[in-house]
Design a protein around this ligand. Structure first.
Ligand code: S3P
Length: 440
């Protein structure tokens, strides 16, 4: 795929439903009693894998007109043993959350995924879940394919997260649902709280205690009866990020993205872009099903390099590829601190960003776990064939870079974009971009 110099981007659009919230809606819908109606569920491959998995675990899912999905749940503790291996494709979230939910169910299940998912660390969830009574048989390093043997007598636990990970936190909280007593996860850096918010929405007792030092303890009381509740999935801020940065860097652009989720624990990119001088306004702030939502208006303009503190990384962990693109267009140095977790995403994103930017003629360096981009305030040269490393966000970030580069940018393979944002090229082109397979 490739992208070439675009005329100013103009128009009003929406992005598909939030991926994190979509996975959680299906899993909690499956664990609830009754029928959960989900509006605006993301229908990209990652989420469809979770949908197929919850069906294999006994939930019934039906698709209604208007894109509404209904999940008829089995209740906490009611998951059936799947008859075959659960294939979670590319999805770290689907696999880790399901491993958590299965850890305290009296069933045995096998999970696998694509080459990327099979290379990602799972010990971060299996080690604490063993303390709750589950057993696992996995490849070296706790990698998939992996067998979960759910606990016969689950025990609640208190666990301090060694890495800032919402997936690990969520896996333990979901396991805690079927354990008697209270399960607590303590996080030193706050991570996205969609699981906590949705557990409450479904009737679970969830206590959140914040300390002055920024430490947060989340406690779920086990063995609740979760009751089916309607879920409205807001537009994904991580998908909107690609449109927003495109509108910032293509001169003369003005784009409105309606209905975007702006949960503060997901909004780090937007805070960072504002510090860089971006012209972004957040209109019609409102709440939809417990999540804050707004209409984002983005206008092109000059950006300045800044320091992004390590504490902010969890609130924008998926946005560094596209922030690095914005930084390549900005004037001055942008230093992104504390990015160790980027090495274990769908690809080694630290290396993928650095290689791709360098190939496009930008000045970039990796120092320890920090990424440094030296922007000149002018468009980078482009003209490269960038290796997307089978990573959807690397693919989309470099296609955006090509929209204002001097020479078009190509990526080796854009097929993985379908895991999170199949509509990406269509939505961008409707705003005036030129992204496609043919010569741009
Ligand atoms: C997610 C958490 C993050 C993020 C991922 C989605 C979630 O992963 O990168 O895309 O839905 O909980 P980690 O928890 O591993 O940081």
């Amino acid at each position: 795929m490739q992208s070439g110099t675009a005329p100013p981007l103009h128009g009003t659009t929406r992005v598909p439903g939030d991926k994190s919230i979509s996975h959680r809606a299906l899993i909690l819908g499956a664990l609830a009693v009754g029928e959960t109606k989900i509006t605006n569920l993301l229908t990209a491959d990652d989420v469809m894998r979770t949908l197929a998995a919850v069906e294999a675990l006994g939930a019934r899912v039906t698709r209604h007109p208007g894109g509404v999905f209904a999940v008829d749940g089995v209740g906490v503790g009611g998951m059936a043993e799947p008859a075959d291996v659960l294939d979670l494709g590319n999805s770290g979230t689907g696999s880790r959350l399901l491993i958590g939910a299965l850890a305290t169910q009296p069933v045995t299940a096998q999970l696998t995924g694509d080459a990327s998912l099979r290379s990602r660390p799972m010990a971060r969830v299996t080690v604490p879940l063993e303390e709750m009574g589950a057993r696992f048989v996995a490849r070296a390093g706790g990698r998939l394919p992996l067998t979960v043997i759910g606990a016969d007598e689950p025990a609640p636990m208190t666990y301090r997260l060694p890495v800032a990970s919402a997936q690990v936190k969520s896996a333990i909280l979901l396991a805690g649902l079927n354990a008697p007593g209270r399960t607590t996860v303590i996080e030193a850096k706050r991570t996205r709280d969609h699981t906590e918010l949705m557990l409450r929405h479904f009737g679970a007792e969830v206590r959140v205690e914040d300390s002055n030092e920024g430490v947060r303890a989340v406690t779920v009381t086990g063995e609740p009866e979760l009751r089916a509740r309607p879920v409205f999935v807001p537009g994904d801020p991580s998908s909107a990020a690609f449109l927003a940065v495109a509108a910032l860097i293509v001169p003369g652009s003005e784009v409105t993205i309606e209905g975007v989720g702006v949960n503060p624990l997901r909004a780090g990119l937007y805070d960072t872009l504002a510090e860089m001088g971006a012209d972004i306004s957040f209109a019609n702030r409102r709440e939809e099903a417990g999540e804050p939502v707004c209409d984002m208006v983005v206008r092109a303009g000059e950006l300045s390099g800044i320091d992004v503190p390590a504490e902010r990384a969890p609130s924008m962990i998926d946005e560094f590829p596209i922030l690095a693109v914005a930084a390549a267009y900005a004037r001055g140095r942008t230093r992104m601190n504390g990015l160790a977790e980027l090495r274990v995403k769908e690809s080694d994103r630290l290396a993928a960003i650095a290689d791709g930017l360098a190939a496009c003629g930008a000045k970039v360096a990796v120092e320890g776990d920090d990424l440094i981009v030296e922007g000149t305030g002018r468009a980078p040269a482009g003209g490269a064939l960038v290796r997307a490393r089978d990573d959807h966000r690397i693919a989309m970030a470099f296609l955006v870079l090509g929209l204002a580069a001097k020479v078009p940018v190509a990526i080796d393979d854009g097929r993985m974009i379908a895991t999170s944002f199949p509509e990406f090229a269509g939505l961008m082109n409707a705003l005036g971009a030129k992204i496609g397979d043919a010569a741009a």
